[in-house]
Write a protein that binds this ligand. Structure first.
Ligand code: SAM
Length: 238
């Protein structure tokens, strides 16, 4: 059964698609198996497997990986529940993707350096590690009205979620969301959730990766969309 964690994830990340061309371009440029770090419910992992690629999806939330597997009846995607800062895999990958600001969820520089060490080991020689980051302090969408809520109905229960505010604290931006569960009957549950995103520039990320022994290569760009600020994809070769 789908859990609430997977429902919120699907509602808050599932419809994002302006980055697809970027990841497909990288997949065309780099052969071999793909490791999707922070894969969530498989928005990218399933899309890449659909195109015939061998994909491993890593996430630290088993509920999300279970939802991914529920959409993968042929078992094309290998899943691994592990922390991105502390994983070990027996194989190496031609492309490691870290989409949708996942690298900004790893607990600052210390967490990112642990991650870079693991990723370097998992990257094939000549392969590519690509990480999408954004500067949310520059989110012009935050100056206007909040985006409309996203919602879905499941077994008579309506789930809706809406980003309502951005907050700032030491080196982090918080995205505050209002989540509502309507039903069964007339019951309404309102939940507040804030995701704290580390502020990190592309230049800093490149310096950290270089310190971990990776070679910086050309950045790529993901454009703004109506609801999401654009991002920079920082790339390294193994
Ligand atoms: C913004 S979502 C991106 C989901 C997916 N990559 C996509 O593009 O649709 C971030 C994902 O990173 C996962 N995550 C956060 N911290 C993690 C960690 N330390 N190790 C592994 N996964 C993590 C979350 O569970 C979540 O699925």
């Amino acid at each position: 059964m789908t859990t609430h964690s997977a429902i919120w994830h699907q509602l808050e990340c599932g419809s994002y698609d302006v980055d697809l061309d970027c990841w497909l371009g990288l997949a065309a440029d780099y052969g071999g198996p793909i490791l999707d770090i922070g894969a969530g419910t498989g928005r990218l992992a399933l899309m890449l497997a659909d195109r015939g690629r061998e994909v491993t999806a890593l996430d630290n939330d088993q509920e999300l990986l279970t939802a991914l597997a529920a959409h993968d009846s042929d078992g094309r995607v290998t899943t691994l529940c592990a922390d991105a800062r502390d994983f070990d895999l027996p194989q190496q990958f031609g492309l490691i993707i870290v989409a949708m600001l996942t690298v900004q969820l790893l607990g600052g520089e210390e967490g990112r350096m642990s991650f870079f060490g693991r990723a370097r080991k998992a990257l094939s020689p000549g392969g590519c590690l690509a990480l999408a980051i954004a500067d949310l302090s520059d989110d012009s969408a935050a100056d206007g009205a909040p985006a409309a809520p996203d919602s879905l109905q499941l077994a008579g229960i309506q789930f809706s979620t809406q980003a309502v505010a951005l907050h700032e604290r030491d080196q982090q931006i918080g995205i505050e969301r209002r989540r509502e569960i309507h039903g069964p009957g007339r019951s309404v549950q309102v939940l507040a959730a804030t995701d704290w995103i580390d502020a990190v520039s592309a230049t800093t990320l490149e310096a950290e990766g270089a310190t971990a022994g990776l070679s910086v290569t050309a950045r790529r760009q993901i454009p703004d969309s109506e609801d999401y600020v654009g991002s920079t994809v920082v790339c390294f070769n193994g």
